[in-house]
Design a protein around this ligand. Structure first.
Ligand SMILES: NC(=O)C1=CN([C@@H]2O[C@H](COP(=O)(O)OP(=O)(O)OC[C@H]3O[C@@H](n4cnc5c(N)ncnc54)[C@H](OP(=O)(O)O)[C@@H]3O)[C@@H](O)[C@H]2O)[C@@H](O)CC1
Ligand SMILES: Nc1ncnc2c1ncn2[C@@H]1O[C@H](COP(=O)(O)OP(=O)(O)O)[C@@H](O)[C@H]1O
Ligand SMILES: [K+]
Length: 501
């Protein structure tokens, strides 16, 4: 189920496991697992392959030293850049150091030009793991900067050095972290590898459980998103069904000058399978959408908000009539997705926030980090410093399903359950993709999905559509939000073929 563990949880698992094992066992297993992963990354003939091992002062360095010794036995030429601790070291680290020193590994003060001038087949980053306590500074900072310029494969141990394993933020106001191509993470997977700066620094993540058994792991409330979490809601269509079987969506927004946003969301809702889709405009409505004449374009004044799932916010603006629309939508009995300006308006109105929290029909909100910061009354940096915590706080406060967007989108429920999404890529960093996501959420709600599964599936499908388009060369540069819409349709149909019943 792809659980994600906090540093505190990993420490507790590790401590209990270590008590039942001979001293040093876990570090030896970590070193062996690292060597195996490294061999997979080296040329078929390892003889003479150049491997640089960076061994920091703590147990992360111990893992690296164990791996260094193993790799010499495979014939690789292993250089170790060793940063011993100033004070005492753990007994297992001392043993690892002795093993590495008595192997063919070369302990060497390699630096500067020699480091940059060598064609390394692989660099192993064992500088800091979950014990990183402050920003990487001084000579180590220079080393991290140099490694990040080299362009060779880099295998990070446990977590790329400089990255916070809990949050995925690079530690420090102006910090640095290793940009690895691969990360082998020990005992269990960690949230910081998958959100915020994590995806840029961790590369491809594998988990080495170090032979611990499932019973040694606590159950947790944070997971990586996967189709399994929502697959049971994927339904094949009954022959004897009609458009009324698949629900109504009304996308409400489109103040003057911003009519494109609700159109995009409405097209997305339509292509994701909603039976009938309205595009509802705060100001004047166009008579129809010539690119998508299936949409019904209406003015908000007098529109019945009780007969459709509402997607409120795309291009809504912040004029007084938009506030009125938001109040009407919150007071309605309809399922609601609140996005964009609906969230900005909500942030400015405590009474409306209380009304959202008390809604019987619940709510999905889809803030990007700035919208989340406005809702929380904090700086955007505070949101990004701990995205999972920010999403959980908002979910609890508004009793809503929260989709905190960005690299490693976080979906959080009011009861504390949270999921980090794995699909998607920077092709999505273009105007209108958020509108497409909001429309997709609304479409799944209209088709009878519960909020939680609708949010999980929408985020997953939206990201998967972008991933497929990038594979086909439609991005990452220049993908447009509208191009996501048919790709989402293809992705949802493919999923229904695989899982539908
Ligand atoms: N124990 C076990 O059984 C297992 C442990 N495992 C491995 O151990 C890792 C955790 O080891 P760890 O706790 O020793 O922490 P680690 O990440 O090596 O760093 C701590 C050292 O760095 C130092 N330091 C911190 N920040 C710094 C900075 N910015 N700049 C400079 N120095 C800094 C800090 O010094 P201090 O803060 O005390 O001055 C201390 O010396 C874990 O990620 C996994 O890889 C696995 O093998 C599984 C079994
Ligand atoms: N670098 C990225 N990696 C993954 N997803 C991204 C990235 N940048 C943006 N996205 C996704 O694109 C969408 C952008 O939404 P939003 O910021 O609301 O845009 P807009 O308001 O222009 O529609 C979100 O789903 C977000 O998660
Ligand atoms: K590391």
């Amino acid at each position: 189920m792809n659980p994600l563990y906090s540093v505190a949880e990993i420490r507790a698992i590790e401590q209990r496991a270590a008590e039942a094992l001979p001293a040093g066992t876990l570090m030896q297993r970590a070193g062996q697992a690292t060597a195996n992963a490294a061999l997979d990354m080296l040329p078929f003939s390892t003889n003479g392959a150049r491997v640089l091992v960076l061994a920091g002062p703590g147990n992360n360095g111990g893992d690296a030293l164990e791996a260094a010794a193993h790799l010499t036995y495979s014939g690789a030429q292993v250089d170790v850049l060793h940063f011993p601790p100033a004070g005492e070291q753990s007994a297992e680290r001392a043993a690892a150091q002795r093993r590495a020193e008595s192997s063919d590994a070369i302990f060497n003060d390699i630096g500067g030009s020699a480091l940059a001038g060598t064609e390394w087949n692989l660099i192993i980053d064992g500088l800091f793991g979950i014990g990183l306590a402050r920003p990487v500074s001084g000579a180590l900072r220079t080393l991290v900067d140099t490694v990040n310029t080299l362009g060779c494969p880099v295998l990070a141990l446990d977590v790329p050095s400089g990255l916070d394993a809990d949050t995925g933020a690079v530690v420090g106001p102006d910090g640095v972290a290793i940009r690895a191509t691969h990360t082998i993470t020990f005992i269990g997977d960690k949230p910081g590898l998958h959100t915020c700066d994590g995806r840029d620094h961790a590369g491809q993540v594998t988990v080495a459980a170090l032979d611990l058994e499932p019973r040694q792991f606590p159950s947790v409330r944070l997971h990586l998103n996967e189709a399994r979490f929502f697959a049971r809601k994927l339904k094949t269509r009954r022959q004897n069904s009609h458009k009324g079987s698949y629900g109504n969506v009304a996308v409400v927004g489109g103040a003057r000058g911003m009519a494109g946003a609700p159109i995009l969301a409405a097209r997305s809702a339509l292509h994701a399978g909603a039976g009938r889709v309205f595009a509802v405009f705060a100001d004047d409505a166009p008579s129809y959408d010539s690119g998508q004449p299936e949409l019904m374009c209406r003015a908000a004044a007098g529109f019945d908000l009780d007969s459709s799932v509402l997607v409120l916010g795309p291009g809504l603006g912040t004029a007084p009539q938009s506030v009125e629309l938001l109040k009407r939508a919150v007071a309605s009995a309809s399922a609601l997705v609140a996005d964009a300006d609906a969230l900005n308006l909500l942030a400015a109105d405590a009474a409306l926030q209380a009304a959202v929290a008390q809604r019987g029909a619940g709510c999905i909100i889809t803030p990007h980090p700035l919208e989340a910061a406005r809702l929380l009354g904090c700086a955007i940096t505070a949101v990004q410093a701990d995205r999972v915590a920010a999403a959980r706080t908002l979910a609890a406060r508004l009793r809503a399903t929260v989709v905190l967007k960005g690299s490693g989108t976080v979906i959080a429920a009011p009861d504390g359950d949270a999921v980090i999404n794995t699909t998607g890529n920077p092709a999505l960093a273009t105007a209108g993709t958020g509108d497409v996501l909001a429309g997709l959420c609304g479409s799944l709600l209209a088709q009878g999905w519960p909020q939680w599964e609708a949010a999980l599936a929408a985020v997953w499908l939206h990201g998967m559509a972008a991933d497929v388009l990038v594979t086909d060369g439609v991005g990452p540069i220049g993908l447009t939000a509208g191009e996501l819409v048919p790709a989402i349709r293809a992705a949802i149909n493919r999923l229904v073929q695989q899982h539908g019943r």
